[in-house]
Every structure is written in C-alpha cells, then in structure tokens.
Write a protein that binds this ligand. Structure first.
Ligand code: ADP
Ligand code: MG
Length: 358
C-alpha cells in the first residue's frame, strides 16, 4: 500500500533512520485509530444502556487488568455503583489500585461508588471443598451407603476443573447478590475463562441428568415402599436449586443486552491469534462478544529524524499488525496507546479510562 499524507505517513524527516530498515519501510502506511474503530466503546456502551456484566479477556500481559480497572473507574465516575472483581488467581488489583482489596469487597479510596475485590482463590476452593464434603457425607448417609466419604471427596476435588468450577460458582454468587449496578470482571487468562464459561453449559446438562436419575430412583423407592408417601429428598432439593442457579447464570451470561466480553490484544502476532480463537469459542457458546480493545500502540507521531532503528522497527511492525486487526475484527472499540510508564494508581487509570471511552 502506498503511503499518503492523510494516512499519516512516515515523515520525510525520518527518512534517514528508515533507510536501515529497507525500502519497504517507507511504504507502510500509518493506520489512524478512526480507521479501526467503527463503533467506539463509548458508543457501544451508550447503545447498550443495560450492560451490567463486563468482562475482559485475552492473552496474559496484554492489559486485561488495566482495562478492567479503567472501565470500572469510568462506570463509577458515571455515578454507577461498580464492582471491579478479579477471578484471576494471579492477583494484581491491589497493585493496580495501590490499595489492599484482597479477600473482601472494599471501596476504592477517593472514588465514590467504586468497589474492588480480589477473590481469595485458596479460600474459595477450601470452602467449596468443605461444602462438597458435607454433601457427599449427607448423600452416603441418605442412601445408606456405609462408606467413608473421604475417597469420594478426594476424587471430586483433586482436579483442576474443580478449582475452576469453584471460582465460577463464586463469580456467579457475586453476580446474584446484585449489590452493584455494574460488575467488571478481570477474567483469568483465555483457556481458563473458556472452560469457566463452557462449564455453565456442562453443569446444566449434568444437573439435568442427575435430576432425571434422581426422579427414577425416587419413583422406585416409592414403588417398593409400604408407605405410599414421598419422603423428603434433600439431594433432589439441592440439585433443583442448583439447576435454577445455573440456568440463571446461563441467561445472564448469554444476554447481549446485559453482558459483554471484551478482548484485549496488542498489535502483535500471538495476542491476536489468541483472541481470534477466543472469539470463535465465544460465538460457539452463544456468549456475547462486546468487541476488541487494542492496547500498547506506539504513536507514530513520536518518530523523528533521530528516532532509533529499534523504535522505528517496532512502530512499523505494529502498523502491520494494526492492518491485520482492521481486516480481522470489525468490532474494535478502542485503541489505547503505550504509555511512558506502566499503569498504576488512579491517576494513570484515569488516563487510560479517558482514551478507552473517548
Ligand atoms: N497502555 C499501556 N501503557 C503502558 N503500560 C501498560 C499499558 N497497558 C498495560 N500496561 C502494563 O503492562 C503490564 C501488564 O498489564 P496487565 O493489565 O497486568 O495485563 P494482564 O492483566 O492482561 O496480564 C502491567 O505492568 C501494566 O501496567
Ligand atoms: Mg491481569
């Protein structure tokens, strides 16, 4: 593609520095943000006034936590009571906010209506294990099976998907408590998040089956029993209430007016590949994709005659990937520049929020 002045070409003054990168370098045209963003995050948000559950996903290190923090801050500044929650086992909200928000919902100092919560993974898993132990004991007793529950508990809890499902339930519980107007989730890296969401479908199928076989067992009991009265079945009660909650979670997570998953990428090969795959999965699951946020873009305006070849090469590389992003994703919502420092503290978050919702 031939560079043209309106597209922001490499300035002539930079010619000397460019020579080292070969003839082609001059022909890379700069892609302005407007060319990538058809409907901005601000417009999308205004067009979805009932959005309540907002998620950020993407490869590790692309800026999910930063974007989640900035979005939550923005919502709170709009006067909406907002919870920023991290289901990510690698905790970073406290570092981002410069305030301890681990293990409990806390108000972010200085911002009314802004709450943050780093979920204590270990504690969540421990509590979930205790609950499962209770239920298994209770079931064995109910079914008159004279076995120690420990072996069952071990098999039920000694696998990674148990931990994920515990975290998922915890997230759902936070959503159901309904204490906030907006929930922004800083989700775990890609594969986990996908499993988390796939889980809600698997769960409902599983519970469906359980309820069915439970009904059969009940009918059998009733047929064999002298007493023609149906006994109370606590396990059945539990399964039915569980099914109800899973159904509700499914409805919330697949409702495009209330839920949006945003995918964060850098203008680089791997993060782009990750979100492409991710978006495909989400479409398969019927989970609404809110769009793509491109982060870490170096402003080509920084290029001058004295710009080093190193920086120049990176800018060129980014521009090539931005062209890919433009062609791959029709739903880019924002382009966020690479700032001069990492993003920490409310002041920096404020700056990110400004460009995110520009
Ligand atoms: N636009 C940006 N400019 C400068 N630093 C950024 C930007 N976005 C993210 N960072 C920094 O990059 C690192 C990774 O960001 P983070 O949000 O923790 O990624 P993730 O949650 O996807 O792993 C952090 O140190 C963060 O401060
Ligand atoms: Mg993170």
């Amino acid at each position: 593609m031939v560079a043209s002045a309106t597209r922001g070409t490499v300035p002539e003054s930079a010619g000397e520095s460019i020579q080292g990168t070969g003839q082609n370098a001059r022909q890379v045209s700069f892609i302005p943000a407007e060319e990538l963003v058809r409907e901005s995050l601000l417009a999308f948000t205004q067009n979805h006034p009932q959005l309540k559950y907002v998620f950020f996903g993407g490869k590790g290190g692309v800026g999910k936590t930063v974007m989640a923090g900035a979005a939550a801050l923005w919502y709170a500044r709009q006067g909406r009571r907002t919870l920023l929650a991290s289901t990510n086992p690698v905790h970073s909200l406290s570092a981002l906010l410069g305030q301890n928000v681990f293990g409990a919902e806390r108000q972010v100092a200085g911002v009314p209506g802004f709450y943050a919560y780093e979920i204590d993974t270990a504690d969540t898993i421990k509590r979930s294990k205790e609950e499962i132990r209770e239920k298994i004991r209770w079931f064995l007793k109910y079914a008159d099976i004279p076995t120690e529950s420990d072996a069952f508990v071990e098999t039920a809890t000694m696998n990674p998907s148990f931990e994920e499902s515990a975290m998922f339930e915890n997230m759902i519980n936070i959503m159901f408590e309904d204490k906030y107007e907006v929930y922004v989730f800083d989700t775990a890296p890609t594969a986990n998040a996908r499993r988390l969401l796939g889980m809600s479908k698997v769960y409902s199928l599983w519970v469906e089956k359980m309820v069915e076989s439970r009904k059969e067992a009940q009918a059998m009991r009733l047929a064999l029993s002298f007493r023609k009265r149906q006994e109370k079945d606590p396990l059945m009660d539990y399964l039915i209430s569980f099914r109800g909650r899973i159904g509700q979670a499914n409805r919330l997570l697949t409702d495009a007016s209330r839920t949006a998953f945003y995918f964060v990428t850098l203008p680089e090969a791997l993060p782009i590949a990750v979100i492409r795959r991710f978006i495909g999965w989400f479409h398969d699951f019927g989970i609404p994709v809110g769009g793509v946020v491109v982060n870490g873009v170096i402003d080509p305006g920084v290029i001058s005659a004295s710009t080093s070849e190193f920086v120049l090469n990176r800018v060129m590389m980014q521009q090539e990937y931005l062209a890919q992003i433009r062609d791959l994703f029709p739903d880019v919502r924002a382009v966020v520049p690479l700032f001069e420092t990492e993003v920490q503290g409310l002041k920096m978050l404020e700056r990110v929020a400004e460009v995110l919702f520009r």
